[in-house]
Write a protein that binds this ligand. Structure first.
Ligand code: 0PR
Length: 387
């Protein structure tokens, strides 16, 4: 550390220079991320209430009340105003918390969780932390979990099933109703990872898209992850974990008695945590409302169709499957997809590379003009590869 501090302006100058190398959402070049530029109001609110700490809610009871309201609103969005939960650091913490609760409720010596191969790696982290075994099951032609394979994977040690509503790779939705039936039939818990889809699917439904049920309206669903810092437009960190009822959440509740604000019950992984994040989510839910989120999702889907149609017209390329949400998988029978991704990155496009396809997420910061420029580069690359 330097002996004598620099003036604030000099520090800001230096930071601007140092951070120049980062991608920015405004550039429209970040095509492979599930995060986006936070909404202007959320940035303002976040900065204003930065000191609020939900790790000691006795000091900030009004902020704690705001969190309860946010959870209730998200619960309503997911067909259960009585859901119990927290705004956490992200989808990883939310998924770990759900499985932690399941473990505390059901695991004896060992336990297994049946998870689609398409699931996010946070489930592997959860298994490693919590000491249960993940049993991965394959997908059907629509890249959704194969429910029969899930059924066959159930053993006497199985505690729970996981379904995904908006997969990390392709944004598709597992047959959650069938998983819910399976969970009820075998007395298993069911966690739905809607980290991405939670802020997309309810609005697609309102826009008239045919969206299968995926939320608490299905009686077998025990918990849902829904992340405001993805399609909710909230600043990082803001994930969400909702349990069907208080009893499930209580399975991970810890009493902390010595705090300045008095004894509390904590059901998050972390102690000290951002109240500003939660307040920013509250502000967005109130400012945008259903109508605002519907408009955002509608625009994202328009851009998604434009990209999907454009890709189909490039000789040698195709989309993996018809987009269900604002995610497009680009594949090629003729060329090495890894090579195409490398060339796109050389041209300054930040795309995500999966084993068989390039994933593009049409987040709100991607406009039609960005898609047009991207398609031009894609065509150039394919032309080059053809020689
Ligand atoms: N569940 C699903 C379905 C996810 O897609 C993700 C992450 C998570 C859980 C975990 O969420 P956190 O990252 O909030 O813990 N999905 C994004 C992805 O893998 C994460 C991401 C976001 C990656 C922005 C890159 C990036 O630039 O794409």
């Amino acid at each position: 550390m330097r002996e004598k501090g620099l003036p604030a302006e000099a520090v800001l100058e230096e930071l601007k220079r140092k951070l120049h190398g980062d991608f920015t959402f405004e550039s429209g070049r970040i095509l492979g991320s599930m995060c986006t530029y936070p909404h202007r109001l959320a940035r303002q609110v976040y900065a204003e209430f930065l000191e609020k700490n939900l790790g000691d809610p006795g000091l900030f009871p009004a902020t704690a009340e705001i969190e309860r309201e946010v959870i209730q609103t998200l619960g309503e969005l997911l067909s259960n105003p009585h859901a119990s939960g927290n705004i956490v650091t992200g989808g990883t913490e939310a998924n770990v918390l759900a499985l932690w609760a399941f473990k505390n409720l059901r695991m004896k010596n060992d336990g297994e969780i049946v998870v689609p191969v398409s699931a996010h790696c946070s489930f592997d982290k959860a298994a490693s932390l919590l000491g249960f075994k993940i049993v991965r099951v394959g997908l059907n032609n629509g890249f959704q979990v194969d429910v029969e394979a899930a059924r066959k994977a159930i053993t006497p040690k199985t505690i729970a099933l996981v379904g995904i509503a908006g997969t990390t790779g392709l944004g598709v939705v597992d047959p959650i109703k069938e998983l819910s039936d399976l969970a009820l039939e075998h007395n298993l818990l069911l966690h739905v990872d809607a980290a991405f889809g939670g802020f997309v699917l309810p609005f697609l439904k309102e826009l008239g898209y045919k969206i299968p049920e995926f939320d608490f309206s299905l009686p077998g669903v025990s918990s849902i992850t829904i992340d405001p810092h993805k399609m909710g437009l909230a600043p990082i960190p803001a994930g969400g974990i909702l349990f069907r009822n208080e009893e499930l959440r209580k399975a991970i509740a810890w009493k902390v008695s010595y705090l300045a604000g008095g004894e509390i019950e904590q059901s998050t992984f972390v102690g000290t945590r951002s109240g500003a994040s939660v307040i920013a989510v509250w502000a967005l839910l109130h400012h945008l409302g259903r109508e605002g989120y519907r408009k955002i999702v509608e625009r994202c889907m328009r851009v998604t169709w434009k990209l999907a149609e454009g890709v189909k017209q490039v000789d040698g390329l195709d989309i993996i499957t018809k987009p269900v949400t604002n995610v497009v998988g680009i594949k090629s029978e003729d060329f090495d997809i890894k090579l195409i991704a490398e060339k796109l990155r050389e041209k300054g496009w930040a795309v995500a590379l999966f084993p068989r396809y390039i994933r593009i997420v049409l987040m709100p910061h991607i406009h039609e003009s960005h898609v047009e420029r991207f398609l031009e580069d894609l065509k150039k690359i394919v032309k080059e590869l053809k020689g």
